[in-house]
Design a protein around this ligand. Structure first.
Ligand code: BDP
Length: 672
């Protein structure tokens, strides 16, 4: 009897185990064992992966993979593909193995999204290097990571290879990501020690068939810290030689190593300026060591040092004088905005200004400032606003996406949101941001809606009753987040260090001014916002005309950036006739209302989604709802102490007391 009970209990558990929907399959939820007829005219590890993916998961007519030799050799490697369907057979052709694999994933994507292949499809990535930046430390912690600890098991490598490494490579290949920087930009010098390089090699070997190149973040003091030299001065002969032999050592292990990412002279990191040298001096020494092997240096423009000047101006001030001085395999990696991955910022003026230097965008996929993967926020619309910004470099039409894809080396980086959590990203909707980064890096002209559509269909279901409302929810989610966190061009109102939740009042004894919210919002009895016009910091002058003039004039400055560029009086009349104070209140309230609407949308979706993912998202929306009210009350009650105006009576009353909100101190570590 007892045995029967056990068996019944086991049988009852079985379906739950078989169908555990923990999100681990990402958007790759293909049916298995489809036994498709697939042939290829060549064999290689990469082509074999493509053949097997299709054999296993493709449900249509036979597929032929055609590796064509000798076309379009103008690029380092031509990763594009063409798909033809003659009715009885689908042909995927490409001039590289990886092009065939990308073509195979594209065919599967169309199948999962229920799109017929009824015309010839030709695709070519716009950025050549589509790179994830992992801010993973060697001790397994992930800086600004919200999805568990690091995927990389450094203590087990190279002997033990987690199956997740290949799953990671496969997921990236399926969306065209072809590079990964394994370690944090706040880099430990140890990564360049031989024992670590052996571990890196093991990962590189696993990733290679999936077209993924490995890069490393390096610490500029490495020659001194692990090389035993007395200095790391880039112009010292021994330092130059140290970098050269270190790089030679790396390439002996990893012949297709991609290069280095460097954060130098920023937030306490060492750099060439410690020795009276310039960013160019530093970058060029590394570049010279990498050059014979075909490697590149991605030198970050995120410089964040105490200067008396407007924080927004620093990157430009340091890098513009060096325009044209960088070696031809150095590319300057620039965050999308001039401050630091805020919910919304205008684009960094270095795009369009550095004209004799290669530049690449850095986006943040991990949601450091947008709810830390507890708030479902789809970031593609933010990135689109950035890509579509006109820099006016050399005239109208010089969009960020255009100027950054029109160079000798085209590259883009996204700070990864991936960790050891079973669903990879800590939340189901955060997976959409990883996905969207890959798809936009492939083609920044794709629309956020199109990407959301295909992601939803692959990840959940293609039923219209689900797709239409949930897609709309995704598309509105970023604007909602901006509304309840930092509307009208406000930035950096987040809590100290961990950056979760509002603390516009924050004061920390002896902290640098430009690490504190008050520096950014400048609330006083007269008004709110940072004057960056000629009467203020004159940051506007870093933009090309006519943006400079447009941002400078309070009347023509887009209201979404108003308080970024102007200190505006509380009673200032906005375009809709409301006062700035009222507009601010309505914006915060709109954010709250939007999240309420998301909750209602999602609750109606219960019958279309498995129970596990349904309730996970439901819980996140609940957290987001809580956070939105918290943000609204904290910011409005605090700013009200300056504006001395009532919160318009037709919007929701605060539910918290300012003094209670000020007492909240979350127990979150900075680097968790
Ligand atoms: C900031 C993060 C910090 C990073 C820094 C960077 O708060 O943890 O080290 O960016 O990009 O947004 O270097």
């Amino acid at each position: 009897m007892k045995q029967i009970v056990y068996i019944m209990f086991f049988l009852w558990l079985l379906p739950a185990a078989l169908f555990a929907e923990d999100g681990s399959r990402l958007w790759l939820r293909y049916d298995d064992n489809c036994n498709a007829q697939v042939t290829a005219n060549r064999k290689s590890q990469t082509i074999d992966i493509a053949v097997n993916e299709l054999k296993n998961h493709w449900k249509g007519v036979p597929v032929s993979l055609q590796r064509i030799v000798g076309i379009k050799e103008n690029k380092i490697i031509d990763e594009g593909f063409t798909i033809n369907n003659n009715g009885g057979k689908i042909t995927i052709s490409a001039s590289s193995d990886i092009g065939l694999l990308y073509g195979a994933y594209h065919v599967l994507r169309l199948q999962q999204a229920n799109i017929q292949i009824d015309k010839t499809i030709s695709e070519q990535p716009k950025y050549d290097r589509r790179i994830l930046n992992h801010w993973d430390n060697l001790d397994g912690a992930v800086e600004r990571g919200f999805a568990g600890r690091s995927l990389w098991q450094w203590d087990e490598l190279p002997a033990k290879l987690s199956p997740r490494y290949v799953e990671y490579a496969r997921a990236n290949a399926s969306i065209g990501i072809n590079g990964t920087v394994l370690n944090n930009v706040n880099a430990s010098p140890d990564i360049l020690k031989t024992n670590y390089l052996q571990k890196v090699k093991a990962l590189a070997d696993l990733f290679r068939p999936y077209g993924i190149t490995v890069y490393l973040s390096v610490n500029f003091s490495s020659p001194k810290m692990i090389g035993g030299l007395p200095t790391s001065d880039p112009l010292d002969k021994d330092v130059v030689n140290w970098w050269k032999s270190k790089v030679d050592e790396i390439y002996a292990l990893i012949p297709d190593f991609g290069g280095f990412l460097v954060k130098a002279n920023s937030e306490g990191q060492p750099g060439p300026m410690d020795f009276g040298r310039t960013h160019a001096d530093g970058a060029n020494v590394l570049a010279a060591a990498l050059k014979p092997h075909g490697g590149i240096v991605m030198w970050r423009a995120f410089v964040y040092n105490p200067t008396g000047n407007d924080r927004a101006k620093q990157a430009y001030d340091e890098f513009m004088p060096l325009d044209g001085k960088f070696a031809d395999n150095v590319i300057i990696q620039i965050k999308n905005g001039p401050i630091d991955f805020q919910p919304r910022e205008p684009f960094s003026p270095l795009f369009g200004r550095l004209r004799n230097t290669l530049v690449m965008p850095e986006l943040q996929i991990t949601q450091e400032y947008t709810g830390q993967q507890r708030n479902p926020v789809y970031l593609a619309p933010m990135w689109k606003e950035f890509f579509d910004s006109d820099t006016y470099s050399g005239g109208k039409g010089a969009l960020v996406s255009k100027i950054t894809t029109n160079q000798r080396i085209n590259a883009i980086a996204g700070v990864a949101n991936i960790g050891l959590d079973s669903n990879w990203c800590g939340s189901d909707f955060a997976q959409a941001n990883w996905y969207a980064f890959g798809r936009l890096a492939w083609n920044p002209n794709s629309s956020s809606g199109q990407i959301a559509d295909e992601w939803l269909k692959q990840t959940f279901t293609d039923t219209e009753h689900f797709i239409i409302p949930v897609k709309q929810m995704m598309l509105d989610s970023w604007e909602a987040c901006v509304n309840y966190m930092t509307p009208l061009g406000l930035v950096h109102l987040m809590a100290w260090e961990h950056h979760y939740g509002p603390e516009p009042w924050c004061e920390i004894p002896n902290a640098r001014a430009d690490w504190l919210p008050k520096y950014y919002h400048k609330a006083d009895s007269a008004g709110l916002g940072f004057d960056r016009t000629i009467a203020g910091s004159n940051f506007v002058a870093q933009y090309h005309s006519p943006l400079n003039e447009q941002f400078s004039d309070v009347k023509t400055c887009p209201e979404k950036f108003l308080l970024f560029f102007h200190h505006v009086s509380w009673g200032y009349a906005m375009k809709d006739g409301r006062t700035m104070w009222d507009e601010l209140c309505y914006n915060y309230d709109a954010g709250v209302q939007q999240v309420r609407a998301f909750q209602k949308i999602w609750d109606r979706m219960e019958s279309y989604v498995d129970a596990q993912r349904f309730s996970a998202v439901q819980a996140e929306l609940q957290i987001q709802m809580h956070d939105a009210i918290w943000w609204k009350d904290a910011c409005l009650l605090y700013f009200q102490t300056f504006s001395k105006r009532p919160i318009p009576y037709d919007i929701e009353r605060p539910v918290y007391q300012l003094n209670d909100l000020k007492k909240i101190k979350l127990d979150r570590k900075n680097h968790s």
